[in-house]
Design a protein around this ligand. Structure first.
Ligand code: EPZ
Length: 429
């Protein structure tokens, strides 16, 4: 297994290109199942999760072509995927694939909407929590699917097609909203989603579905109205920039000091996180190239943050903020309200000298003057990058093990950071 070696202490200067958003790319690829025509996606990041979803879609009979490099492409040019689900030959998504990447469970919506049936493995839990799918199943039932659980599989049927309905989510769920959107797009009649997730990736998928001929209004708000249409056509869509990657690198610069332009980043996608970085003492500004983040030698200020659905502070940046706060001058508090077990990074940060106390969903971080490098273990995608952020400011060498977690969500992280002066290398193992 590859490892990443970091020797801390280098400030970051230069430019980091921001890739397309993983959490928009995955549902956009799944949306290709809704039409027999070609869906072309631009600015797709080169990530392990994207490659895995290509395999999963291939299992259903989907053909995916990727463009090679073109003259004039920049080093990090996103890839173009040409996706054709003309013939869906299998409506089963097997456990051995779905268990590797939970979002693949979302194929249940376009499969039952277009084919009238789907048999998708329950994804199972993961490091950060049980991750149930009860609300996704509820949404499909509200739209006319009959559901049964058979041997760990969710079997959804709608022989006469789905019908428009009202989906009221008792709690905000991104996956639930994606599922309801894609199912309702081809349902007979009009649907309303109440208490919908407002994440920018929902809006991006809705924009793409509308290009495909869907009739969706209100995406990005908590009430979305979808007028079902009999079929969708092909389209071309460019994936929006990744707000979590943006926030991650912004926190890395705040941690090491320096001055970096996050190229292609959009401040409107992560305003809460940028506000928190400003409170902590980083200098955040918007340029026409993207977001500029700088911190001079002054110390970091402690913050109090609670994770919330968009537009609140995102849970996917919680571990990264915690790493940053290990060096603040004072006591910070972070409360995680979305997932029940998203503090796996705390023990690993403690190995670097961080002082963090946990009390249920609350973490109290006493800032320290010095972190010292040590071998650490990545446990999940965002926890692993919090270890990189801490290591960039730690004295001496840190070895981050199990970096396959990183590769799921960060494209060429070590290249992007070393180009700005970080002493970071990948050791193939
Ligand atoms: C999406 O996961 C993201 N994944 C997650 O990012 C992100 O952390 C999460 O939304 C919250 O923003 C993708 O977009 C691929 P939820 P999702 O449904 O849809 C509970 C990353 O690092 N819930 O919004 O699975 C659930 O347990 C990943 O990129 C139910 O109870 O999250 C959680 O407590 C990690 N029943 C809360 O809702 C359900 O049926 C929010 O989950 C569904 C969810």
């Amino acid at each position: 297994m590859d490892r990443i070696r970091i020797v801390g202490g280098q400030p970051l200067h230069g430019t980091i290109p921001i890739s397309g958003a993983k959490n928009a790319t995955l549902p956009l690829m799944i949306a290709s199942l809704l039409t027999e025509e070609e869906l072309i996606l631009d600015n797709v990041p080169r990530l392990a999760d994207v490659a895995l979803l290509q395999r999963i879609l291939g299992n259903h009979g989907v053909d995916i072509m990727t463009n090679g490099k073109r003259p004039g492409d920049s080093a990090y040019q996103g890839q173009t995927l040409k996706i054709s689900a003309a013939h869906i030959i299998d409506t089963t998504a097997p456990y051995e694939l779905v268990s590797k990447m939970r979002a693949s469970f979302w194929v249940i919506a376009p499969l039952v909407a277009r084919m009238g049936e789907a048999r998708v493995s329950m994804p199972g839990g993961c490091a950060i929590g049980t991750r149930p799918v009860d609300l996704l199943i509820m949404a499909l039932e509200q739209l006319g699917a009959t559901i049964e659980i058979d041997g760990g599989y969710v079997v959804a049927k709608a022989k006469d097609g789905l019908r428009g309905g009202e989906v009221v989510f008792p709690k905000v769920t991104v996956g639930g909203t994606h599922t309801a959107l894609m199912a309702a797009a081809l349902a007979n009649g009009t649907s309303v989603i109440e208490n919908a997730a407002r994440e920018p990736e929902i809006r991006d998928v809705a924009d793409c579905l509308n290009k495909m001929g869907a009739r969706i209004s209100g995406a990005g708000t908590s009430r979305i109205i979808i007028e079902g249409v009999p079929r969708l056509k092909g389209a071309r869509h460019s994936v929006l920039p990744d707000r979590i990657e943006t926030g991650t690198y912004a926190m890395a610069v705040a941690m090491t000091g320096g001055d970096v332009t996050l190229q292609g980043a959009r401040p409107d996608l992560l305003q809460a996180a940028l506000d928190t970085l400003g409170e902590a003492g980083a200098k955040v500004s918007t340029t026409n190239a993207g977001i500029r983040i700088a911190r001079n030698g002054a110390g970091l200020m402690p913050v109090q943050v609670t994770t919330e659905p968009f537009p609140g502070f995102p849970t996917d940046l919680q571990a990264q903020l915690m790493a940053l706060m290990t060096r603040a001058r004072g006591t910070s508090r972070i409360t995680e309200t979305i997932f029940e077990n998203r503090f796996m990074h705390v023990q690993e940060l403690a190995r670097l000298g961080a002082r963090i106390a946990l009390d249920g969903q609350n973490a109290t971080i006493e800032g320290v003057d010095v972190l010292k490098g040590a071998p650490v273990m990545a446990t999940d995608l965002r926890a692993s990058v919090s270890l990189v952020i801490a290591a960039l400011a730690a004295e001496g060498e840190t070895m981050v093990n199990r970096v396959y977690h990183l590769d799921r969500g960060f494209e060429r992280l070590e290249d992007k950071l070393s180009a700005c002066g970080a002493d970071i290398t990948r050791i193939a193992g």
